[in-house]
Write a new protein. Structure first.
Length: 574
């Protein structure tokens, strides 16, 4: 009998190809696989310090609880007005339905690329080629991924339900249960759609078309044009206010999708599974090192977001404007999927800003974070220069000046996204004179603030893995080393949130009966200081670091000189 690894294998093998080597009982291959995984799990558990793991879990739960309780106090106890509650009941299911459409779209595209299950490379190369039913090999990792996704979604949904209770009234337990249930349905719908697309080997272009159709249908429902099935699932989020037994049909459909996906488990492509598992392993390693740029590049490889060979349009520019032209050519080479993501992120940031203005103030953090993610796409020209820093060192231009010249193209792109967001906000709120000015100020501040946060994250790069401490680390006390790491990770997002902070001031002004325009301008002035400071930091970062290193070296040299002059040998010589 030939070795099963060396034997030719048909990639279309399904679960019926498993060989029962032990008669009617469990197969030898399945038993060996179970024993292998059990021994590997025991070795991993032996390497984990249980006290440290429990402490990390305790700290995570404590910090999460503090954040949720703080956000609930920021929202406040003032109930929403009757007209506002009527609008929430009318438009809320469409908004939640849009989230379901997003989940289905992400699941379809992930499944078409070999997801959602990603086992280790050794299991793809050897275990999936062994005479064992593939579904039995993958069912364990799939259920483990499902358990984690359900738990995380339930916790996030319960927190959202608690925040909704503060404004919408009714019982807190009902809102928490509804939020947790909808969160679980979202996670199950995403995984179910991914498993079905993977099992049926749906083409990527077909998955993209179906995902786009679902999103368009949900958006049309939100606009009041047609009724989408995703809004039926969205109505479950408002069960404490209004309940219809028909809405439970969405639960049955989502559970049926998951069941169908689990039945199709193991029918996917081995090539896609191997490609995915290698990239996911590299992505996890990069995330452990806090290398955000590498994470972005690996995620694009995972999504197969290759730049276009030819730009969508040609940008003129010569001489002093060569970097302007080069930067815009980097932006107009975005593939269609990335352009769609830019539009969706702009819409998401606009929706979060509108929610903040209407009184849900914690959404300012969501608006800032979404604008930050949008900025990570728009800052691509600068990121490409940072990725090839060895090329910049050979140019007869100061590094800070070279990086700063990449900012105008990204800034104009952010302004265009802000204009698109302002247009969307005015389509919802109306086009009165002061409303237009407030919308433009909020949109531009949010988009440019998100870009500034992305610039900080891109220029500072990943934390240095060198064992030799830098001059800055040597100058700082050891007690602040941990705080420096935290600030390094949080600062880019904080800059982006500051860009969306004018929406918070507008909401506060409206609640107190004041004019919103002065509050918007005041917040925009504060945000502009951070945005301009970010540009100045990019321009003068290297000279400032060189000056600081020289100052530290001079200080050390002076200290050594004083030590030599005050030594007993020097005194006897004098």
């Amino acid at each position: 009998m030939p070795d099963p690894v060396d034997a030719p294998v048909d990639d279309r093998m399904s679960e019926s190809d498993g060989t029962d080597l032990a008669g009617p009982g469990p197969s030898v291959g399945v038993a060996a696989l179970a024993e292998l995984r059990r021994s590997r799990q025991m070795r991993r558990r032996a390497q984990v310090n249980r006290s440290d793991a429990l402490y990390q879990a305790y700290v995570t739960a404590f910090i999460s609880s503090v954040i949720v309780l703080y956000l609930s106090t920021v929202v406040g106890d003032e109930p929403i007005s009757a007209s506002g509650l009527e609008r929430v009941v009318r438009d809320g299911p469409g908004v939640i339905g849009l989230f379901f459409a997003f989940a289905l779209a992400i699941g379809l595209r992930s499944g078409a690329r070999g997801g959602p299950v990603a086992v280790e490379p050794a299991e793809v190369r050897f275990v999936l080629l062994a005479p064992v039913a593939r579904r039995r090999v993958l069912i364990g990792p799939a259920l483990k991924q499902l358990r984690f996704a359900v738990f995380a979604a339930a916790v996030a949904g319960a927190a959202a339900g608690l925040l909704a209770h503060r404004r919408l009234g009714q019982t807190a337990l009902g809102w928490i249960a509804a939020g947790a249930g909808v969160g679980v349905l979202l996670a199950v719908a995403l995984l179910g759609a991914a498993l079905i697309a993977n099992g049926l080997r749906v083409r990527q272009w077909l998955a993209t078309v179906v995902a786009g159709a679902l999103l368009a249908w949900a958006i049309a429902d939100l606009a009041g044009e047609v009724t989408a099935p995703t809004s039926v699932a969205g109505r479950l989020a408002f069960t404490p206010i209004e309940f219809e037994a028909f809405d439970l049909l969405a639960v049955g459909v989502v559970v049926a999708m998951l069941g169908a996906g689990l039945l199709l488990l193991g029918r996917g492509s081995l090539e896609a599974a191997e490609r995915r598992t290698v990239l996911v392993g590299q992505l996890r390693f990069a995330a452990t090192l806090q290398d955000l740029r590498t994470v972005i590049l690996l995620r694009r490889q995972l999504a197969q977001e290759l730049p276009r060979q030819r730009p969508w349009l040609r940008i003129p520019g010569r001489g002093r404007f060569v970097l302007w032209r080069r930067g815009w050519h980097g932006l107009v080479r975005f593939p269609l999927a990335r352009l769609g993501r830019v539009v969706l992120l702009t819409a998401g940031a606009t929706a979060a800003v509108l929610g903040t203005v209407h009184g849900t103030k914690p959404l300012v953090v969501v608006a800032g974070f979404v604008a930050y993610v949008l900025g990570l796409d728009l800052v691509e020209p600068l990121a490409q220069e940072v990725d090839h820093d060895e090329r910049a060192e050979r140019l007869p231009v100061e590094t800070g000046l070279l990086l700063a010249r990449h900012l105008p193209a990204s800034a104009v792109a952010a302004v265009l996204c802000g204009a698109l967001g302002a247009a969307g906000g005015l389509a919802v709120e109306g086009t009165e004179g002061r409303t237009i000015v407030v919308a433009v100020v909020l949109a531009l501040s949010s988009s440019l603030g998100g870009l500034a946060g992305a610039v900080v994250s891109t220029v500072q790069g990943a934390p240095s893995a060198s064992t030799t401490p830098s001059t800055t680390d040597q100058a700082l006390p050891p007690e602040v080393a941990g705080m420096r790491i935290v600030v390094r990770a949080v600062w880019p997002v904080a800059v982006a949130v500051i860009g969306s902070f004018p929406a918070y001031l507008v909401a506060d002004a409206i609640a107190k009966g004041r004019e919103p325009l002065p509050a918007a301008l005041q917040g925009a002035m504060l945000a502009s200081l951070f945005i301009a400071g970010t540009a100045a930091w990019v321009r003068f970062r290297e000279p400032a670091r060189a000056w600081f290193r020289q100052a530290v070296e001079d200080s050390k040299a002076n200290a050594r000189q004083r030590q030599v002059e005050t030594s007993p040998t020097a005194r006897r010589t004098r």
